[in-house]
Design a protein around this ligand. Sequence first.
Ligand code: PMP
Length: 356
Amino acid sequence: MKPAAQAWVRPEVAAMHAYHVADARGMIKLDAMENPFPLPPALQEELGSRLGRVAVNRYPDPSGGGLKVRLADAFGIPPAAQLLLGNGSDELITLVTQALARPGATMLALEPSFVMYRVNAELAGMRYVGVPLNADFSLNLDALLAAIEAHQPALVFIAYPNNPTGNRYARADVEAVLAAAPGLVVVDEAYQAFADDSLMDLAGEVDNLLVMRTLSKVGLAGIRLGYAAGAAAWVSEIDKVRPPYNVNVLTQEAAHFALDHLALFDEQAALLRAERARLFAGLAALPGVEVFASEANFVTCRVAGAGALFAALKARGILIKKLDGAHPLLENCLRFTVGAPEENDAVLSALQQELA
Ligand code: PMP
């Protein structure tokens, strides 16, 4: 008999679990930071006919040059910055990590944060150093600067605002990290549409900064488009790792379509910010619930018996994210994606009943 697949794959792969996505069919889906609003019917029609005219027999624009120009224009990306597109920002995280994974090189990230930083470090054979946040999820700048000094990381990831905690660190602290880090600092602004600050104005100006964003959270999670902006010297190196034609023609056309209708996505983001405030207040009013301030499209809270509460909501047809168990600092934490008004009402009333 031939040896089993596990005997052939890399040991670090054999030890991994595949990225788990919960089955949400028929449920109120508040687990994955999606925008809850589908496209209005007239725009569905327009998108359909535009996609129908795309030349699917041809490879896409290899680096998405036309789309980059439009993104730069729409999102105020400084002229000094160069752009890189990815199949979601997930792919950009992979490209950056692959490019910087020299033997012995270190990736440094805050913890808890987006798990794919660590996963990519492991897959690329990079050393990974996680620097814990404070118990209230604020940044321990002294610890972070000390870790940078000690480990001289090739790559630092900072999610700004952070997932899964929702908070945004002080801009001055991130600027201190940029000044101290010997290598590249990725500021992951996946939740920028819901935040009160961005470091995009420094992209291309500060040599070792790469600002990463995505269209996923604002209403286009299905098209998988991420973009990163930084100094040409860094972007051109990372671009060498990018597979040819990584952003397909349908995604490129759908992104052009979205840029033609930006006002709609901006309105929805404003509505979701208002709903976030309402969800925050509703959660804070519940007995025994500690809510953390958020500048993202989700709200994280801590409540005794979080695991049981997660299961009870699931039994009621509401899927949220259980953070408890994912990291010591996330004990009894739950994450609620901000949904449509009626979904947020449903979650609050279910919680009122469960916690009564
Ligand atoms: N960065 C952060 C901080 C995230 O939370 C996520 C999605 N959960 C991503 C990147 C990846 O987003 P996408 O691949 O959809 O662009």
